[in-house]
Design a binder for this molecule. Structure first.
Ligand code: GRF
Length: 203
């Protein structure tokens, strides 16, 4: 399967996918990496792996709709079967969702539907939950509301309240990278169907 990965930051999830895709048995070819900003480690990781990159910044377009159209066109040019949003910190627009409906996967650092949005780790910590984790899900028009594909659990330690959630986020990301690699590989090799909001990947 042809994969486009969207990033906004350090790109360690992207790196895990790049590493997995080095094995042809994994069934994934990362054909492009897109970003909403430049100067990020995620883009460097793609370049180091010889994967083409594109950047679409909101501020380079007259409005959000024009940015959405440009991001959609740049992604479509790579002809992906699947799109993975791996720490992409923008809400995808209607054009993008329409072009790749049911084929966009996001990873979120909390156990959805709890703690959606940009502060999933610190919101969970502030609430006082004792377990949190990560969720890999399909993207729909809402913020972190799409059908869930898989989740991983991480325990919250008392000490996590002392450093603003940094160590907790690192432990979540360790689980998140493995889960994302596993799910993307299964989607690529087996496909999926959605029934009554439930996602099924054939064995
Ligand atoms: C991940 O925890 C992702 O879920 C969150 O931001 C982090 C991205 O990390 N939204 P990286 O850029 O893949 O290292």
């Amino acid at each position: 399967a042809r994969l486009v990965v969207l990033v906004s930051g350090s790109g360690t999830n992207l790196q895990a996918l790049l590493d997995a895709a080095a094995d042809p048995a994994y069934g994934v070819r990362i054909v492009a990496v897109g970003a909403d900003r430049d100067g990020i480690a995620g883009l460097e990781r793609a370049e180091r792996a010889g994967v083409p990159t594109f950047v679409e910044r909101v501020k380079d377009h007259p409005d959000r709709a024009a940015w959405d159209a440009a991001l959609t066109a740049a992604t479509a040019a790579a002809e992906p079967d699947l799109v993975v949003s791996a720490g992409f910190m923008k809400i995808l627009g209607p054009a993008f969702l329409g072009a790749f409906a049911g084929r966009i996967v996001n990873t979120h650092p909390a156990l959805l539907p709890a703690f959606p949005g940009a502060h999933g780790v610190t919101d969970a910590l502030a609430y006082g939950v004792k377990v949190t984790g990560c969720t890999v899900h399909l993207v729909d028009a809402g913020v972190d509301t799409g059908p869930i594909i898989a989740q991983g659990v991480v325990e919250v330690l008392d000490a996590d309240h002392a450093d603003g959630g940094e160590a907790l986020h690192e432990r979540i990301k360790t689980v998140e990278r493995q889960l994302l690699v596993e799910v993307v590989g299964r989607l690529a090799r087996h496909g999926h169907r959605i029934e009554d909001r439930k996602v099924w990947i054939p064995a």
